[in-house]
Design a protein. Structure first.
Length: 232
């Protein structure tokens, strides 16, 4: 297991990220594009936020991550779920560049949510995705198109919270911690290593064997992130 900056992120991740309207807008797209797709692999699942939303909607989810602090929170979410939901939810240690051997090879969807920017060998990860999807299945990838403008995202998010009158003391405290971690992440060239423009990622996926994009845009997180849903 890797102990890295995500160990610090884990302390505020679940208090901060779900409060971001830009995250919720992206999550709605993920739920839209996984609708009707029963088995979903959440590769690099972090604290299990997206996994939990998929479980709540009835999917079977296999999530894995390589940071123990983030993964523990995913285990905690699974433990707090109902028995029936726990039966549909697998949480394990694993790397996106080499999926765990227990992961099914006929998934209906594979999710790489804000994962690829942290991956050195991106093509290995994408080959792993392709080999674990059934024909017609989809890969959903999100992430920064370039080194992200953190202040832009925070400025717009704070304005939204203030307009909604929910910029509470608890949220301000979570923001302070999360911002410190994010500043380290976005300024250290050893932390964020891989970025894609939308067309560049679509072309890469086609070259590796994916067939066609169902969705390809660069609108998320106030224009900082791409969102690709690509069919095998």
């Amino acid at each position: 297991m890797n102990e890295n900056i995500w160990t610090e992120f884990a302390k505020s991740y679940d208090q901060m990220i779900p409060e971001l309207n830009c995250y919720q807008r992206m999550l709605r797209k993920i739920l839209r594009d996984t609708e009707g797709r029963r088995i979903v692999i959440d590769a690099g699942c972090g604290t299990g936020l997206v996994s939990q939303a998929l479980i709540d909607r009835g999917h079977r989810v296999i999530g894995f991550d390589n940071n123990s602090a983030m993964l523990q929170r995913a285990h905690d979410k699974k433990a707090a779920a109902s028995g029936e939901a726990r039966d549909r939810w697998t949480v394990m240690e694993g790397s996106v560049e080499n999926f765990p051997s227990q992961v099914v090879s006929d998934a209906d969807a594979v999710l790489l949510n804000n994962v690829l920017f942290y991956v050195q060998d991106v093509e290995s990860a994408l080959h792993e995705v392709l080999s674990h999807l059934k024909p017609g299945g989809v890969m959903i990838a999100t992430g920064p198109k370039r080194r992200p403008d953190l202040q832009k995202v925070l400025r717009h998010s704070i304005a939204e919270w203030q307009a909604e009158e929910r910029f509470t003391e608890d949220l301000q405290a979570a923001l302070a911690h999360h911002s410190t971690c994010a500043q380290k992440l976005t300024t250290d060239p050893n932390e964020m290593v891989t970025f894609f423009e939308v067309d560049e990622l679509v072309d890469t996926l086609r070259r590796l064997g994916f067939s066609r994009p169902l969705v390809a845009d660069g609108d998320d997180y106030f224009g900082e992130n791409y969102y690709i849903c690509m069919q095998k």
